[in-house]
Design a protein around this ligand. Structure first.
Ligand code: FDA
Length: 304
């Protein structure tokens, strides 16, 4: 309920102006976002890797409405991949990049988004790493999976994200549970209608278990993207050796658990967003957890 209210408020322009403009927001943002500049992304990657964690960098930005804006996003990815390669942080996939197709032009023209994604995949391959396509709201799922299929012809290690809250996802997992496929399973972070998505947490969790079973039974590389203690524990019960799948958690969320899993010999990747377009990302993190909202409101009150 609270989650729906926050996700609704997030789309309101007045709320956006207040939150994005408040200086204190920046302090709260720092917990979940590496910073606004490419240097912040590279520094954070280096720091996380030094503690045994792998990284996926996300240049923040969504709902790109012009080809120029999409091109700027592509340039940002090329720049960060170049910097990572120069710093020796990308090779072997130790730092990959996550890309939202809407940020590279999906809403303008799917062919433009595919071309732009291909440019980023080419740069990632040259840097010794790969790309994972983030998944956005359910209206983009078909187009994103179609783009994935095309990209995998040339770049077979391109990863996809599937969301257990969508009713279709168990079937999508069957399609993705194939040799060489990298599939990140998360619960899903957008406001979705009941026709497309399970609405209760219990249904979303039960779907997650079914989807995880499909991915773990297949020959692909499952990426278990959740902070949920029960689901993290479940991932270890399928008899898969460490290194044949990985855990993924968000930057700033359960950092002690990230280190605990890595110390136990698991591959753990931290999803690290950076850039100045942090508003939508922050709102989804606040919607996930009332405690995060409390943290945000306390910061607003104590500094204003
Ligand atoms: P859930 O929200 O049920 O939380 C379970 C427990 O985890 C909580 O009880 C709490 O202990 C802890 N926890 C969860 N979130 C927390 C937070 N923000 N702060 C502190 N503790 C928290 N979504 C999407 O739609 N498309 C995408 O492409 C991606 N990509 C993605 C990549 C990676 C690496 C991750 C980890 C997540 C995503 N997501 C995503 C987000 C995902 O869909 C989901 O919204 C969040 O991961 C929260 O769901 P949990 O599985 O953690 O469970």
């Amino acid at each position: 309920m609270l989650r729906q209210v926050i996700l609704s408020a997030a789309g309101n322009d007045r709320v956006k102006t207040v939150v994005a403009g408040a200086p204190v927001s920046r302090g709260v943002v720092r917990r979940f976002v590496a910073g606004e500049a490419v240097e912040d992304a590279v520094r954070t990657t280096r720091e996380l890797q030094a503690t045994g964690l792998a990284v996926s960098l996300d240049h923040l930005g969504e709902d790109t409405l012009s080809a120029g804006q999409a091109e700027a996003t592509v340039r940002a990815y090329l720049l960060v991949l170049d910097r990572l390669a120069a710093a020796g942080l990308a090779a072997g996939g130790r730092c990959e990049v996550s890309v939202k197709l809407t940020a590279v032009g999906q809403a303008i023209d799917p062919a433009l988004a595919l071309d732009n994604a291909r440019t980023i995949c080419t740069a990632a391959a040259a840097a010794g790493t790969t790309v994972t396509l983030d998944m956005e709201d359910h209206t983009t799922t078909d187009a994103t999976l179609a783009a994935l299929q095309q990209l995998r012809v040339e770049f077979p290690s391109t990863g996809a994200v599937v969301q257990s809250y969508l009713r279709r996802t168990e079937d999508d997992c069957r399609t993705l549970a194939v040799q060489g496929s990298r599939a990140r399973l998360c619960k899903g972070a957008y406001r979705e209608p009941a026709s497309a998505a399970f609405q209760s947490a219990a249904e979303v969790d039960a779907s997650y278990v079914r989807c995880l079973q499909v991915l773990m039974d297949g020959p692909g590389y499952p990426m278990v993207a959740t902070h949920d203690p029960a689901l993290i524990a479940l991932a270890g019960t399928f008899g898969r050796a460490p290194g044949t799948y990985e855990h993924q958690l968000l930057y700033g969320v359960r950092p002690a658990e990230q280190l605990r899993l890595a110390a136990a010999g698991q591959t753990v990747r931290v999803y690290v967003p950076y850039g100045d377009q942090w508003y939508g990302y922050l709102m989804r993190r606040l919607a996930e957890r009332p405690a995060n909202l409390g943290f945000f409101l306390r910061a607003l009150v104590s500094r204003s």
